[in-house]
Design a protein around this ligand. Structure first.
Ligand code: HEC
Ligand code: HEC
Length: 372
């Protein structure tokens, strides 16, 4: 069809202009309808300033100084063209607000125990978009149809080395994560596979796989969605300084630290059983402390102002920090504390997910399902 058009109009320069304009539209109509959307609300100078400061305070640790991603924990780029043109607003806003359960990405919205207001999460979403300088594309919200069985075969062959055999994420996002599948539309996922994520290890598969196979993988990933229930954590009161030290009258533990920094879950668990005197710092966003934490730990987010948070922590006590990253936020916090003269400090090697996978206990938050 395309060839025919081209031969017919070969000698007419004015019409070939029209063809150039028409061809992309033809191919859009064939598979996946899309157009462009008007730009979102423009931030005021003040809103942009606050958003930039929030980015620096909360996101740089993993997503990088310049939004390039992969500074820690394989956190994705927040400036790739394909993400920013397809993800604004909700595929950016929702992970930022509610996090992705079971990954290092925590929820930053105050409603779930995070540090940002609803307005701030919206403004940061739009700020990321403005900084990326791309145009917003409009996608169909219809499901992508494909052959799930064939999709799984192609997935195992081309994708599982980075995304994991079960889509659990290894060096790349957890594609079968229930909160991700609930928030990401099929066309958003398909667009990522087709176009990759610029300047990251995620290649564009549109030149490597037939379009049908990309549909099949998308359908396979969708088939992994088990139904996601929005949950609301009933926020617990935060511990007060008198509660910071665990086993106040116990003896100090005597850890041998790997690389001068790390203690294993096994040794920490033993020290807790032996009622040793310690302070446990949960360096994640407090929203995830609310959901589950090691008993006795205090929320001590990596971005907190140390002047405020160290008050109440004696200088001579053994401090152990952990996060789910599994170490980035805890390392960062302990390095700051060491600079301040806290010498008995360590980081939990496996992080809190490793701790749980080894079967050690955590305190769960009170969670209620929201049925709509
Ligand atoms: C070499 C490792 C690697 C391989 C192989 C790979 N990916 Fe990725 N993928 C990544 C990384 C890393 C990211 C995150 C990129 C970023 O934005 O920084 C990613 C991102 C994605 C995303 C976007 C996720 C989101 O929430 O934004 C999708 C969808 C995806 N990959 C699907 C696939 C599929 C399907 C395949 C196989 C056809 C595949 N990937 C193969 C590394 C890989
Ligand atoms: C402790 C590390 C860490 C911090 C800090 C962090 N993130 Fe993330 N973020 C991640 C990881 C890891 C993922 C990918 C999770 C997955 O799906 O496997 C992610 C995913 C995301 C995504 C989804 C991107 C996509 O391609 O689908 C967005 C949006 C995001 N983060 C925004 C933010 C913002 C905004 C902040 C600061 C307010 C922030 N993150 C702070 C680790 C972090």
């Amino acid at each position: 069809m395309k060839n025919k058009l081209l031969t017919i109009f070969k000698n007419s320069s004015s019409i070939s202009c029209i063809i150039v304009l028409l061809l992309p539209n033809l191919s859009f109509a064939q598979n996946h309808e899309r157009g462009t959307l008007p730009p979102p609300r423009k931030l005021t100078e003040q809103q942009a300033k606050v958003a930039a400061a929030n980015y620096k305070k909360y996101c740089v640790l993993c997503h990088g100084e310049d939004r390039e991603g992969h500074a820690n924990d394989h956190a994705p780029s927040l400036r790739s063209k394909s993400l920013m043109e397809s993800g604004v607003a909700h595929q950016i806003l929702r992970p930022m607000s509610y996090g992705r359960k079971g990954t290092a990405m925590a929820g930053y919205l105050d409603e779930v125990g995070g540090p940002m207001t609803l307005d701030e999460t919206w403004d940061l979403t739009y700020w990321l978009f403005e900084m990326s300088g791309v145009e917003r594309l409009k996608f169909s919200t219809k499901p992508v149809q494909g052959n799930v069985k064939h999709g799984e075969e192609v997935y195992q062959q081309h994708c599982s080395s980075c995304h994991g055999e079960k889509g659990q994420g290894i060096s790349a996002p957890a594609l079968a994560n229930q909160s991700a599948l609930a928030h990401n539309t099929d066309e958003f996922i398909r667009h990522a596979i087709e176009n990759g994520r610029q300047d990251t290890p995620m290649k564009a598969f549109k030149d490597l796989l037939p379009s049908d196979s990309i549909n099949d993988i998308t359908a396979f990933l969708r088939s992994k969605a088990l139904g996601w229930k929005e949950e609301r954590t009933i926020l617990k009161a935060l511990p007060t300084p008198e509660q910071y030290v665990i086993n106040k009258n116990g003896q100090d533990p005597n850890f041998t630290l790997q690389d001068g920094m790390y203690v294993s879950s096994e040794h920490l668990h033993q020290a807790l059983k032996d009622k040793k005197r310690m302070v446990l710092l949960d360096t994640r966003v407090p929203s995830v402390w609310q959901t589950a934490h090691i008993e006795g730990s205090i929320p001590f987010p990596y971005y907190a102002d140390l002047d405020e948070t160290v008050a109440g922590i004696p200088k001579d006590v053994q401090i152990i920090a952990y996060c789910s990253c599994p170490r980035a936020a805890a390392d960062y916090t302990i390095k700051k504390l060491r600079k301040r003269g806290y010498t008995r400090t360590a980081v939990l090697w496996e992080g809190v997910f490793g701790w749980m996978n080894l079967g050690y206990p955590v305190m769960r938050g009170d969670i209620e399902g929201i049925s709509n």
